[in-house]
Ligand binder design. Sequence first.
Ligand code: GLA
Length: 383
Amino acid sequence: MIEERIRTEFSKWFKSRPLLVKAPGRINLLGEHVDYQEGVVMPAAIDRHFVWAMAAAADDKCNIFAADLEEGVSFSVNDLAPGEAWINYLMGVLDGFQRKGFSVRGVDCVLGSTIPAGAGLSSSAALCSGFAFGINELFGCGLDRTQLALIAQRAEHEFAGVRCGIMDQYASLWGAPDAVLVLDCRSLTHQTLNVNWGGYALLLIDTKVKHALASTEYNQRREACAQAVKTLQRHKSGITSLRDVRAADLLQHEQELEHDTFIKALYVVEEMSRVNKAVDALKQGDLPAVGQLMTETHWGLSQAFEVSCDELDFLVSLAQEKPEWFLGARMMGGGFGGCTLNIVRRDALDEVKDLLSKKFVAQFEKEPDFYLVNLSAGVHIID
Ligand code: GLA
């Protein structure tokens, strides 16, 4: 058990009794690349997580040991400058608290994770959200989960250079067992929708593709959407994001937009309307309709938004060839690699893995990974 491993590791390094915090990764059923345009998204926390053991230090020093990497780092809370890799995220979180006027001291921490890195399951959001939650508890800052999500998001913006939306951090903090969140990224409020998957399961298939330029491409997509908003604002008042735009508005002003900007913005607007349909379908327990919308999203992300890759497209095409097994399949998260999310018949899981593995290996000469996931609680204290 990871909890035990982290607790034991902590006692090797530090004397005090730690707070144990669990911070999950997330999936997203529908609403991809719409959070930063104030759309509605349907994420959920999953049973893959970071575990943190944390205790307040007596001085300003943060002593952090990443058990999986077997790598330890020490720095002062008074000297937070973006530097290397994962430490950036933690510095970003501490900086967020300081900017809010909290004088946090140092912390002794050990962390480990069961979230596959680079698989699009938001391990960095879970990393930041769990750390922010722990700091908030240890120093009695009294921030609520949404405020913690905003601090975690800001850490990615300022200290990791990814201008991500709020979905991942919010889902990690607010997730609920067996439920999907219907998160309104404009009002930062959500409803919890309980889902009965019946004879179906959520299966992630990891292409293990990691695109080095993913964050640059991500920021460019965000920029294209912002550009479309700027153009439309010249014609219509009250537009602050693509949330306020209909497909007809885009079509009417198509000539004024660069072709690529038009296509990307149209995808976002269409995805927002798919989410509305999916929320209704899920409320009625109509999983086949949700699955179909997911597959439509995939091809929008692939052909119009251009954030897919051959491996992801290949897996989704295979799923479409087997409607007796799959209700839906799509790439998930920012894109350019990572996992597909699939709604699959539970009693066909072995056959699915077997067939997809064989075909994937034949095509790409590498094995995909499979993760069966359950929807679980958001960040919480386990001890
Ligand atoms: C990444 C970002 C999210 C969101 C998705 C795409 O996961 O962190 O904010 O934009 O991509 O939906």
